[in-house]
Design a protein. Structure first.
Length: 94
């Protein structure tokens, strides 16, 4: 189980088992993968990392870098899209 207490779902990607945090995320991957095969999109990447704030020294202390890892990144019509799949609406997530 992951931190959200839902079951992980897996798919085979490049002959390797890839775990997704939710069924919704796995279904979204299936959709993007079919678009990749149809050459509608290109450069599909799973969980790319972006450094938001680099490692910094402050008052003699080293502060670790802050990174963001969305679920997917791909290109379509020379534009880069970054996708983070969200779960169902809850009272907190409205």
């Amino acid at each position: 189980m992951n931190k959200y207490k839902n079951k992980k779902t897996f798919r085979i990607v490049n002959n390797e088992k890839v775990l997704f945090d939710s069924k919704k995320e796995a279904r979204h991957y299936d959709l993007l993968y079919s678009r990749l095969k149809a050459k509608e999109i290109s450069e599909l990447t799973l969980q790319p990392k972006y450094d938001l704030v680099p490692t910094t020294k402050w008052n003699g202390k080293t502060l670790r870098k802050i990174t963001y890892s969305p679920d997917f990144r791909y290109k379509e019509n020379n534009k880069t899209y970054v996708i983070d799949v969200k779960g169902m609406l809850t009272q907190v997530y409205k």
